[in-house]
Design a binder for this molecule. Structure first.
Ligand code: ATP
Length: 143
């Protein structure tokens, strides 16, 4: 197993041993197993998947850094939520707000901030959706 810490400014969201971690870096998804070479990379807003046996846990990470060391993995994130904690209405509202701002093209708009907010909200909606899809599949009654 590999030890994983996910830290935000507010709290230690995760501190646990996992079989693997999948994270969303600027270059795409990266899967980390025990024995992975040490590295530091930048995360983009996206999904973090923790696997223990056949159990998967999904989190949304709003961007940050991932460090792989010999004895574990540390994620330093601006924000991070477990899929089941994501408030979908809030994320949808944030997405719409960001889209309106970006469409307005007003010189007062901080386009980079609006773009970042849009990406965070889309990441949250995707993670929440994926979690709900998995949950539904597992609870489909057997015919
Ligand atoms: P909003 O505009 O809705 O505040 P945001 O992207 O600006 O969204 P962040 O700055 O990334 O929010 O996060 C601020 C705090 O709110 C963090 O603790 C984050 O985990 C939490 N948070 C943000 N959006 C959601 C959401 N949709 N569901 C649950 N927690 C959220």
């Amino acid at each position: 197993m590999i030890h994983l810490e996910v830290l935000t400014a507010e709290s230690a969201v995760v501190s646990t041993d996992v079989d693997s971690v999948v994270a969303t870096t600027l270059d795409g998804q990266i899967g980390i197993l025990r024995g992975h070479v040490p590295l530091v990379t930048v995360l983009q807003p996206g999904e973090l998947v923790l696997r223990v046996g056949d159990q998967e846990t999904y989190l949304s990470v709003s961007g940050g850094f991932l460090r792989v060391m010999a004895d574990g993995v540390v994620v330093l994130a601006d924000a991070c939520e477990y899929a089941e904690e994501i408030d979908i209405e809030r994320a949808e509202a944030a997405r719409q707000r960001a889209e309106v701002l970006l469409r307005s093209g007003s010189p007062e708009t901080d386009a980079a901030a609006a773009e970042a907010a849009l990406r965070r909200s889309i990441a949250r909606l995707r993670v929440a959706d994926r979690y709900r899809a998995r949950y539904r599949r597992r609870h489909v009654p057997q015919l």
